[in-house]
Design a protein around this ligand. Structure first.
Ligand code: UGA
Length: 442
């Protein structure tokens, strides 16, 4: 397994849990040395525990030496990052370097499986890279290329990998299907969840899935803005929508805008693929814009309600609960706004404080960072603040007694980007509560 990010590490550990001998390789020596000590370099519930079970421990090993990986096993998974620039162009250099290395070094037949999210046509390019290297070596070694996108979510990666909705393999040579089916059988349990298609379809499907999810969220977010302006209640609307099986119940929670490393990135790449093909795709090309507008709408609401605030409290820094990932997390822009206004910020997050501290330091903002107080509990972050702003729906926040919130705040004002509290409970203790979409759940 090349790459020990969320996808590579989760997949490696889960494959090992089913008795496969897995070698994980990554050029990041710090990550590898942590993993050798059986410590997870990422925050993902249950992953470190699974890594430390006897079954996994005896089947998995870690190295930073690429050549060791090449002689290990029949299937080579590549799960390295494919970051995207502002224009939506994916940086495939890490992927291509590994492909070149494979072409230069393999000595026997291999199945090469691309798990990284890649634009349509990338597998074809990888095939050419490997073939070119083999031609330069003047040898003919059979190799097979498979696209195998991953659909796991951060925060519940194990659950998603162990019980996937579907496993997709994209390939042109059907004779290797049994090898992949056998590998995934313990997870899919039946054949209906194992789907075989062409490499290009499989590559595009990954973007289509994430773009569809982003559209669903953006749709309900736009409806929530109408709801807020008209006095309708977004929760009743969500309930009415989800009872239609054609719409479904998931990904209909209106909020302050989606974040993370995947949805924003994949929406951008899909739109840019369309542009490169000279296609007019107005829906896809505007998903990102809709999300930015939701983030702005929420920030404008905060600005209008906190004009006189001297201290504000922010609950939740990660882009969603059960992760310490702050990539594209909406909380960061909100904190930035207050830093530039000279307002003191008291934040609390159960997992993402360290990364947030690093983020503001990295931007060479040590002085700015001092304006942020990282509290050790949600209650401590509330003390004397003139407003509470909720950015992530961590389970711990939902359990807090609203009377405590009222007592600890200097001004009883709560602006909730995740609709975690009951509006009636808030008004009962005289808190000015501003949820998303005029949410009225009782
Ligand atoms: C997403 C996809 O859900 C996974 O299927 C995919 O494998 C992954 O990207 C990837 O490409 O690697 P993830 O980024 O972990 O997973 O997070 P999601 O659970 O999709 O949430 C994304 C954002 O949408 C979060 O900010 C979340 O708070 C927001 N969201 C989600 C809403 O605002 N409302 C909802 O109803 C659901």
């Amino acid at each position: 397994m090349f790459g020990v990010g969320y996808v590579g590490l989760t997949a490696g550990i889960c494959f090992a849990s089913q008795g496969n001998h897995v070698l994980c390789v990554d050029i990041d020596v710090d990550k590898i040395s942590l993993l050798k000590k059986k410590q997870c370099p990422i925050y993902e519930p249950g992953l470190e525990e699974l890594l430390n079970t006897a079954e996994v421990s005896q089947n998995i090993s870690f190295t930073s030496k690429l050549d060791e990986a090449l002689v290990h096993g029949k299937i080579l998974f590549i799960a390295v990052g494919t970051p995207v620039d502002a224009s939506g162009k994916s940086d495939l250099s890490a992927l291509f370097e590994i492909s070149q290395f494979i072409g230069k070094s393999i000595t026997e037949t291999k199945i090469i499986v691309i798990k990284s999210t890649v634009p349509v046509g990338t597998c074809q390019k990888i095939r050419s890279i490997i073939q070119r290297e083999l031609s330069l070596r003047k040898i003919d070694i059979e190799f097979h290329l498979v696209s195998n996108p991953e659909f796991l979510r951060e925060g519940c990666a194990l659950e998603d990998f162990l019980n996937p909705d579907r496993v997709v393999v994209g390939l042109e040579e059907k004779n290797i299907v049994p090898d992949l089916r056998q590998l995934y059988l313990p997870f899919v349990k039946n054949d209906q969840k194992f789907i075989v298609m062409s490499t290009k379809s499989s590559e595009l499907l990954k973007y289509a899935a994430n773009a569809f999810l982003a559209t669903k969220i953006s749709f309900i977010n736009e409806v929530s803005r109408v709801s807020e302006s008209t006095g309708a209640d977004i929760d009743s609307i969500r309930q009415g929508l989800m009872m239609d099986p054609r719409i479904g119940s998931l990904f209909l929670d209106a909020g302050l805008g989606y974040g993370g490393s995947c949805l924003p990135k994949d929406v951008k790449v899909l739109a840019s693929m369309g542009e490169n093909l000279n296609l007019n795709l107005p829906l896809i090309q505007n998903i990102g814009l809709s999300n930015q507008m939701q983030k702005k709408f929420f920030l404008d609401k905060i600005i209008s309600k906190t004009l006189k605030a001297k201290i504000v409290c922010v609950w939740g820094l990660s882009f969603k609960p059960n992760t310490d990932d702050i990539r594209e997390a909406p909380a960061l822009e909100i904190i930035d706004h207050f830093i530039h206004k000279g307002v003191r910020i008291q934040v609390y997050d159960p997992a993402a404080s360290e990364k947030t501290r690093g983020y503001f330091n990295l931007r060479n903002s040590i002085a700015l960072n001092k304006k942020i107080h990282f509290a050790s509990s949600p209650e401590e972050a509330l003390i004397d603040a003139d407003a509470l702003i909720i950015c992530t729906e961590w389970g711990d926040f939902k359990k807090i007694d609203v009377r405590n919130i009222k007592n600890l705040l200097n001004t009883p004002l709560v602006i909730d980007g995740r609709n975690i509290f009951c509006p009636r409970a808030m008004s009962d203790v005289d808190i000015d509560y501003y949820p998303i979409g005029n949410f009225r759940k009782t």
